[in-house]
Ligand binder design. Structure first.
Ligand SMILES: Cc1cc2nc3c(=O)[nH]c(=O)nc-3n(C[C@H](O)[C@H](O)[C@H](O)COP(=O)(O)OP(=O)(O)OC[C@H]3O[C@@H](n4cnc5c(N)ncnc54)[C@H](O)[C@@H]3O)c2cc1C
Ligand SMILES: NC(=O)c1ccc[n+]([C@@H]2O[C@H](COP(=O)([O-])OP(=O)(O)OC[C@H]3O[C@@H](n4cnc5c(N)ncnc54)[C@H](O)[C@@H]3O)[C@@H](O)[C@H]2O)c1
Length: 509
């Protein structure tokens, strides 16, 4: 790197970092010189050290390096990408896609005039395709680290002081990594239930459910949340008889109630069974399968259910084991989540936390936004995450996607509102492809017509929602969406029609 360009970069960073002292300035120029040479020794002080290489951590590390900060990321797993890439978002979406293809071939192709003499599941090939997707993507992040000159340390990090992390490296040694700013991005782990031991064979977490060696005849899912419904769908499509046991009166309790009812009906049509308001009180694994004793959540008569495999998907908890938080005095809440202020700083100056390990939705895209905003603050810029406008998607078929408030939340706020709905049964593209189960529902403030929430159930709701995410972020009205020309024939026209139904009348119903 030319000296002039180094000087410009240094001046730029210092101009945006009001905390930089002359000593910091010296360290910065030292680190920038090393940065320009493309290496960094672990004993040198970093501007930013990130513990955890998941969507929160790796994105924070890349962004920090892009902002000219000398950055090291410590990850214990041996591969980057965290829960999401290794055992979460990516492998589950790979299996959801493969199992959907099988299900379509078996149940829908003939109706489109495509005849197959036989359709079979080849589970090892399906799993290999999933593993290939995962390894390509995790290696891709290593490439991005190299490209952006992020130092990658493979090992388990623990605090020895607010500016030093000791790492037990995967190679067997240990190292001290120093940083002016340390970001905790250690993510989450499966929440275990009392009396139920996960062996990842017969009683599995999502990780085991992503790697079963055969299709279970009977699968019981504990918890009707994101993981339960997605993984229940995968195995249900491949032939399992799926029963979902849920403690609450409803599936996905955070979803808009009207959409949720339609969603539950759609899943029941796919033969998924639900036992709501039900709790698990005992598990017996002494025989070949698993016997699960359940009773009504409010107490009452017990029933025994039998299954080949039980999936425990009753939520996730922040992961901070062995991190040494007590050593440096980082505060957590009762649920173990690290408490941070609006700049992601913990109660210990210089120590930050982002992603699943702090309060807020446990979603990969939220963790990424946290990561970018956190390092922007560190670099003296203005980071921003609006937690009210984080979209959520359940990747079943149909998918359910939402942004903003549910009708129940709007009612609770006492706001006067209007609702506009449009069914996919009246959408020409959905009818053309014979996949028309679903609805768009828009909630808008009555007086201003400002959109408060959008809920979509549709085959590709996870893609369709982003027009609504943009609208909600820009403070758009339903009329704003309705007056935008949408291409025909597309599923997106259903959003336009629902918007017309919100402030006026739709054309096609
Ligand atoms: C089955 C499943 C499916 C999911 N699907 C989706 C989805 O479709 N969309 C979505 O938005 N979200 C999804 N999620 C949630 C998503 O995976 C998380 O919200 C996201 O991974 C959180 O990112 P993170 O960076 O905060 O933590 P994580 O991804 O958990 O990463 C934390 C990393 O830190 C490492 N680590 C922990 N402690 C240490 C230490 N002391 N030293 C070094 N390294 C350490 C861990 O090994 C881990 O790799 C899914 C989750 C699961 C389980
Ligand atoms: N598509 C996605 O974005 C996606 C996919 C998978 C996971 N995730 C994330 O991972 C996290 C964990 O997923 P999850 O499905 O495990 O949690 P979740 O919070 O989505 O759902 C857990 C469900 O289990 C129920 N439950 C809790 N204790 C129970 C008990 N003892 N018996 C029966 N039911 C019980 C809850 O009422 C809830 O409905 C979620 O917060 C989600 O954000 C996201």
């Amino acid at each position: 790197m030319a000296l002039a360009s180094l000087a410009r970069r240094k001046a730029y960073i210092l101009s945006r970092n009001p905390l930089s002292s002359p000593v910091d300035a010296f360290k910065l120029s030292f680190s920038l010189r090393n940065f320009s040479r493309g290496f960094a020794s672990e004993s040198e002080e970093n501007d930013v050290v990130v513990i955890g290489g998941g969507p929160g951590g790796y994105v924070a590390a890349i962004k920090a390096a892009q902002l000219g900060l000398k950055t090291t990321c410590i990850e214990k797993r041996g591969t980057l990408g965290g829960t999401c890439l290794n055992v979460g978002c990516i492998p589950s979406k790979a299996l959801l896609h493969s199992s959907h293809m099988y299900h379509e071939a078996k149940h829908s192709f003939a109706g489109h005039g495509v005849k197959l003499s036989s359709v079979e599941v080849d589970l090892p090939t399906m799993m290999a395709q999933k593993d290939k997707a995962v390894s390509n993507l995790t290696r891709g992040i290593e490439g991005l680290f190299k490209k952006n000159k992020v130092t990658y340390v493979k090992g388990y990090g623990k605090f020895i002081s607010p500016s030093e992390v000791s790492v037990d490296t995967l190679e067997g040694g240990s190292a001290i990594v120093k940083g002016k700013n340390i970001i905790i991005a250690t993510g989450s782990d499966v929440k275990s239930l009392p009396g139920i031991t996960i062996d990842e064979k017969r009683i599995v977490s999502s990780t085991g459910a992503l790697a079963l060696l055969e299709v279970p005849k009977k699968l019981i899912v504990i918890g009707a949340g994101y993981i339960g419904l997605e993984m229940g769908s995968v195995w249900g499509r491949l032939g399992s008889e799926v029963t979902v046991v849920e403690f609450a009166p409803d599936i996905v309790p955070t979803m808009d109630a009207e959409v949720r009812k339609q969603f539950q009906r759609a899943l029941e049509k796919q033969k998924m069974k639900f036992m709501l308001k039900t709790k698990v009180v005992g598990v017996d694994t002494t025989g070949n399968g698993v016997k699960l004793t359940v009773e009504p959540a409010a107490g009452g008569e017990q029933t025994t259910l039998e299954a080949d495999v039980v999936l425990v998907s009753a939520g996730r908890v922040p992961f901070t084991a062995g991190l040494g938080l007590d050593k440096i005095g980082v505060e957590t809440d009762k649920a173990g989540r690290i408490l941070v202020n609006e700049r992601f700083v913990t109660n210990v100056p210089g120590v930050y936390a982002i992603g699943d390990v702090i309060p807020g939705p446990m979603l990969a895209h939220k963790a990424e936004e946290d990561g970018v905003a956190c390092v922007e603050f560190i670099a003296g810029k203005h980071g921003h995450v609006d937690y009210e406008k984080v979209p959520g998607v359940v990747y079943t078929h149909p998918e359910v996607a939402s942004v903003g408030k549910t009708e129940e939340q709007v009612k609770a706020l006492g706001v006067d509102y209007r609702v506009g709905k449009f069914p996919f049964l009246a959408n020409s593209r959905a009818k053309a492809i014979d996949d028309a189960e679903g609805i768009v529902k828009i909630l808008a403030e009555k007086e201003s017509d400002k959109i408060l929430g959008v809920h979509i159930m549709a085959p590709n709701a996870g893609e369709l929602i982003h027009e609504a995410v943009l609208a909600v972020n820009y403070g758009a009205s339903s009329e704003d969406i309705a007056r935008v020309c949408h291409a025909h024939p597309t599923m997106s026209e259903a959003l336009k029609e629902a918007a017309m139904a919100t402030y006026d009348k739709p054309i096609h119903v």
